[in-house]
Design a protein around this ligand. Structure first.
Ligand SMILES: Nc1ncnc2c1ncn2[C@@H]1O[C@H](COP(=O)(O)OP(=O)(O)OP(=O)(O)O)[C@@H](O)[C@H]1O
Ligand SMILES: [Mg+2]
Length: 281
């Protein structure tokens, strides 16, 4: 269920009338949120990497999983996205089609050996497999929502345009810079219209300008109704993005708070130390 293989309806350019219909449809289908995580555990041998974590994720929220290196942030995200099997506890989505309505972007973008546009088209076509109808000559013509297959190309272009990379549509994705590749990865995930977007340290290897661009895109994606669940250990980034903070320490969730109270009145000595920039291990 990596970002490339996540199944969700394609979205079109926000400006088009058809896109508005898509958004209205998306709002009326059953939501996979809230997500209810109960006593989640993940162990490898004797090592307990996630130790009894419980929390709820509400629709539209921007959740940041914060913690020091090795705290268990990536493992937690991979468990939630279904890339790792839990050792115990439950991950309860509100609807059974959850796997088709989430996408994930990783720290290092995974680009196919194709152009930027083709990377997005490929991902969109994967989501249509098995759902297409055929025309009178038996050719596949429309997907299950009635969108023309040819719309995939324009949806991919619109997705690149939304992240400011329309001019790179025909460039081989792997020749793009790290920041550009990460924006393509975000465009690809956004094009799938996921209800939940997981991001694992998406700016960890980027400079401040590229980081700012990515953060703006994350806010834009959230404004279209996508719930954000993201990891970072960058305090400044948490302040810029989070509506809610999940503070992880050695595999345990020791703080779960709205962003403002988390910073103003941390409830645990570990969170207070982390906010002050003191090392935790
Ligand atoms: N498959 C595995 N087998 C054994 N240990 C693992 C495995 N995967 C992760 N770990 C360990 O689990 C701990 C948490 O790893 P994780 O990658 O989730 O940390 P993180 O909070 O994302 O750190 P970072 O900020 O460096 O990305 C680390 O100590 C890591 O070495
Ligand atoms: Mg990590």
């Amino acid at each position: 269920m990596a970002d490339l293989y996540t199944n969700a309806p394609p979205v079109l350019a926000p400006a088009s009338a058809e896109a508005k219909n898509v958004l209205i449809q998306a709002n009326t289908v059953e939501s996979i949120l809230p997500l209810n995580v109960k006593s989640l555990r993940y162990a490898v041998g004797a090592a307990e990497l996630i130790r009894g974590v419980s929390f709820v994720v509400q629709r539209g929220s921007r959740n940041i999983v914060l913690g020091a290196n090795g705290a268990g942030k990536s493992v937690l995200l991979r468990l939630l996205h279904g890339l790792l099997p839990p050792s115990g506890g439950q991950i309860e989505w509100a609807h059974s089609n959850a796997q088709f309505k989430q996408a994930m972007v990783f720290q290092r973008p995974i680009m196919l050996r194709r152009t930027a546009r083709e990377n997005i088209e490929f991902s969109l076509r994967l989501t249509q497999r098995g759902h297409r109808s055929r025309d009178s000559r038996g050719h596949r013509s429309r997907d299950s929502r009635g969108h023309r297959i040819s719309d995939v190309a324009s949806a991919a272009e619109a997705a690149l345009d939304r992240v400011g990379l329309a001019h790179l549509a025909d460039r081989p994705a792997r020749l793009c810079s790290g920041g550009e590749q990460q924006r393509i990865a975000l465009a690809r995930a956004w094009a799938l219209s996921p209800e939940v977007l997981f991001l694992d340290e998406p700016t960890a290897s980027l400079d401040p300008t590229a980081t700012k661009a990515i953060e703006e895109i994350i806010h834009a994606i959230n404004k279209t109704g996508t719930t954000i669940i993201m990891t970072t250990h960058d305090i400044g980034q948490v302040k810029r993005i989070a509506s809610r903070v999940l503070f992880l320490h050695r595999g345990q969730l020791i703080e779960d708070a709205a962003a403002t109270p988390f910073f103003e009145t941390p409830q645990s000595p570990e969170a207070a130390a982390f906010i002050k920039g003191e090392l935790l291990w």
